[in-house]
Ligand binder design. Structure first.
Ligand SMILES: Nc1nc2c(ncn2[C@@H]2O[C@@H]3COP(=O)(O)O[C@H]4[C@@H](O)[C@H](n5cnc6c(=O)[nH]c(N)nc65)O[C@@H]4COP(=O)(O)O[C@H]3[C@H]2O)c(=O)[nH]1
Length: 787
């Protein structure tokens, strides 16, 4: 019957439980009826009652049970207000009993006790009035039975029945009232409990927490539906399992606090652990728990609340990641590098192996950043970071220190994997052309390497030494690497001192301009002068640009210094002209940083306006490398300068790319043959050939040529033979202070100690070869070191 009911209710669990309840009530009534039938049969065999009475009574009882069975089988009870059919079944039972009592007066006293049983069933279902009604039915029925049998035996024969009826007439109503009230109270309590449970259910549904219970073995016995709602985990998955059994693999060690608490039978809060949700994703769960004990103090289990804290943990993980990684490249940052460095040193020490710390700095990155914008700079950094990651092994670390600086940790392997070939691979990865935002960029890098344990056994010391070595690599011409050597520290100290002195130099007005004339080879006249910067340092004295321009460029000071040079040179040229000197070309050097300044053209324009110098009298010297970093941008800037009317010359021609392409592409007026070729005229036929080729190439492109560093007549003669347009060098004049230059322009004899070489090497001496490096080739002067 239950199966039938389940099928009809569509296997709905709610229907199933309701049907089961109704059936169980029917079954109780059926078994009670069976008990009466058995009793009647026993009474017959005991000779207490006759066969007819037994058969009729059993037929009536079984008949009524059958009727109810059919009602339940066909579900006819469902339409009733009380589908359990307690009232009809109770009435039928009473009527059946009364029928059996009527048939056999002897068994009446036995059967009467079954009324109590019927009332007992009903007391759970009926309220007091209904119970009283049932009592009335029983009493009236019993009275009727007595009345029907009255003619047989009279008063005497029925004195027991009357006494029993009277006892029942007093007891049954009392039973109905007391039982009814007790059950009414119980029902009220049940309602209150149900209401409270409903409130609790709603509360947990509203909250992001869920409720759970565990037994004494700490297995979940109850888990509220909130677990599924908020964490996507079906509560059934937890039932019968302990927290340890549910933990996700690999199990993190966060449960020690939980285990300590439950072992000590204490409450706990905020215990966090991970498990997979029904979709397989990892979830973080937080639990608060409270133990429950029985009267004897034995643990019954735990109960408490839980919540899904996955989002919070993910946010924390993100914050942690951001605190330890560089936002742009996703590489470890300085903080994480320090941790890894300490661990790598410990590891290297433990296995007695080397560890290389490499400091890598991109060459001229600032130029790209300043000229093409931060977006392109950022893309470049990301691409290069990815490339380096591709070259390095899993055991290596690459960290971004900020800007264009990276530090690489390269632990050695048992097979001895560290070699300069690895460094070359990294360099190749960085140097491969990069396409960023439509720009084809060529970038190189300089690297310094400090080796553990030889160069230090502390992380910060190794990084510092690698930085010093990187600086030396840069000084040695960039796109290079250097291993750290102890002597490098001295140079680093010197550089630091220079940096701080340079920062004061502008304010203290320690810069001066010297001017070196350029002589027209055809006319023998001064066609122009080159403004050359000097630093009048209070202690070592006059410092040449080769020693500080590179540093000023790196720390960005070259921009204000260059602006000062531009202003000063324009003002001086205009002043000479106003003083009656013949008009001349004023050449100034432009650094890479200056060239990348967005307001370069406008600032030159402003300087020309302020000084009153014609744009055509200003010549800007730029180097080849400066133009080649980003060809498009360089062409745009040079074209703008050209539109302004200034002249453009390429300094140090022959030492760099010397590409015919850029000579055609850029609006250049003049080439300056590098003095390294000029120096070798007379001693090296190759240099002579190069000088000759440069001159004819320039002329065929319509450019003029100036040779720098001319010191000997032999050089002058060769240059003149090749058709060089002008020359600059000690043969004619060293760089001069402005007054001395003015005298020369006016054709007056030089005053004593006028020339720079006179100042540096002794006044009045004949010009001779003077060693002079280029900007960026940085050598500490002995005078500086002595201070
Ligand atoms: N051996 C030899 N050298 C000669 C001779 N004649 C001139 N020189 C030197 O050659 C350098 C020519 O300047 P540069 O090629 O533009 O090379 C310059 C230029 O690149 C840079 N520089 C100088 N002044 C400035 C400036 O105001 N701004 C920028 N950005 N760079 C500057 O510093 C470099 C070095 O400048 P200086 O030390 O003044 O060195 C000057 C000059 O003193 C000679 O006959 N023999």
């Amino acid at each position: 019957m239950a199966r039938h009911q389940a099928a009809r209710s569509g296997d709905d669990p709610a229907h199933l439980s309701r049907d089961t309840l109704w059936i169980s009530r029917f079954m109780m009534a059926a078994f009670s009826s069976l008990a009466i039938c058995i009793l009647l049969v026993l009474l017959y065999f005991a000779g207490v009652t006759d066969a007819r009475a037994v058969i009729l009574s059993i037929s009536a009882i079984v008949g009524s049970v059958l009727v109810f069975w059919l009602i339940f089988w066909f579900g006819l009870n469902r339409g009733s207000r009380d589908p359990s059919l307690t009232l009809p079944m109770a009435t039928s039972a009473v009527v059946s009993l009364l029928f059996a009592m009527t048939l056999s007066d002897v068994t009446r006293d036995v059967l009467v006790s079954y009324f109590g049983l019927v009332l007992l069933f009903c007391v759970f279902r009926f309220r007091t009035p209904m119970l009283l009604l049932l009592c009335g039915l029983i009493l009236v029925g019993y009275g009727a039975v007595i009345a029907l049998s009255w003619p047989v035996g009279g008063w005497k024969a029925h004195s027991d029945d009357i006494a029993r009826w009277m006892a029942m007439a007093t007891a049954l109503p009392m039973f109905a009232v007391i039982g009814g009230n007790i059950m009414a109270g119980r029902r009220a309590a049940m309602r209150r409990l149900a209401a409270s449970e409903e409130r609790f259910r709603r509360l947990t549904a509203l909250s992001s927490d869920w409720y759970w219970e565990q037994d004494a073995a700490l297995r979940f016995t109850t888990v509220s539906a909130g677990l599924e709602t908020h964490a996507g985990i079906a509560p059934a998955r937890l039932i019968g399992k302990t927290v340890e059994e549910l933990r996700a693999d690999p199990a993190p060690e966060e449960l020690a606090a939980y285990q300590n608490a439950v072992h000590a039978r204490q409450s706990y809060a905020g215990i966090e652990w991970r498990m997979r949700d029904d979709a397989g994703a990892l979830r973080w769960i937080s639990m608060d728990g409270e133990p429950t004990f029985d009267a004897a103090g034995e643990l019954l289990g735990y109960y408490g609340t839980g919540r899904d804290i996955t989002q919070r943990r993910q946010a924390e993980a993100l914050v942690h990641f951001r605190a330890h990684h560089d936002a742009l490249t996703g590489l470890p940052n300085r903080a994480l590098l320090n941790d890894r460095l300490a661990a790598a040193i410990d590891q290297a020490r433990a296995v007695s192996r080397e560890l290389w710390v490499v400091f890598l700095d991109l060459d001229r990155f600032k130029l790209i950043n300043d000229s093409l914008g931060h977006k392109v700079g950022d893309m470049l950094l990301q691409i290069i970071a990815q490339r380096m990651q591709g070259v390095l092994r899993g055991s290596d670390t690459i960290a971004r220190m900020g800007g264009d600086e990276f530090v690489l940790l390269l632990p050695d392997s048992p097979a001895g994997s560290l070699s300069t070939a690895l460094i070359a691979r990294i360099m190749d990865a960085v140097c491969a052309p990069v396409s960023a935002a439509g720009n084809e960029l060529l970038i190189s890098c300089s690297m310094g390497i400090a080796v553990y344990p030889a160069d230090g056994d502390a992380g910060d010391m190794l990084v510092e030494h690698a930085d010093v070595a990187m600086y030396r690599a840069k000084q040695a011409g960039r796109n290079n690497f250097r291993f750290y050597k102890a002597e490098m520290n001295e140079l680093a100290m010197y550089r630091l001192r220079m940096e701080s002195d340079l920062r004061n130099a502008i304010e203290s007005q320690e810069f001066v301009l010297y001017y070196q004339p350029q002589m027209d080879l055809k006319s023998g006249r001064i066609s122009g002068v080159e403004a050359l910067l000097r630093w009048q340092h209070p202690r070592p004295g006059l410092v040449h640009p080769a020693e500080f321009i590179g540093v000023a460029e790196e720390i960005g000071l070259i921009v204000p210094i260059g602006a000062w040079v531009l202003e000063q040179a324009c003002t001086q040229a205009a002043a000479w002209q106003r003083a009656g000197c013949p008009p001349l070309q004023m050449a100034i050097n432009l650094s890479a940083r200056q060239f990348a300044q967005k307001d370069l053209v406008s600032s030159i324009d402003a300087a020309l306006r302020r000084s009153g110098l014609a744009a055509s009298q200003l010549e800007i010297e730029i180097t080849e490398s400066l133009m080649m970093t980003d060809v498009e941008q360089a062409a745009a800037t040079l074209n703008e300068l050209k539109r302004l009317g200034v002249r453009l010359s390429v300094d140090d021609f022959g030492t760099g790319y010397s590409s015919l392409y850029y000579l055609k592409r850029f609006p250049i007026d003049k080439l300056k043959i590098d003095r390294s070729f000029v120096r070798d005229i007379g001693s090296d036929p190759d240099s002579e050939a190069i000088v000759g080729a440069i001159i004819s190439l320039a002329h065929s492109l319509g450019l003029s040529v100036v040779a720098e560093g001319v010191e000997r007549h032999e050089q002058l003669a060769y240059l003149a033979r090749c058709g060089c347009d002008s020359m600059q060098g000690y043969l004619f004049s060293a760089p001069l202070e402005s007054e001395a230059m003015e005298r020369m322009l006016r054709g007056l004899p030089p005053s004593k100690a006028a020339g720079e070489r006179g100042k540096m090497a002794g006044a009045g001496q004949m010009p001779g070869p003077v060693a002079s490096g280029k900007a960026g080739a940085f050598n500490p002067p002995p005078a500086w070191e002595r201070k």
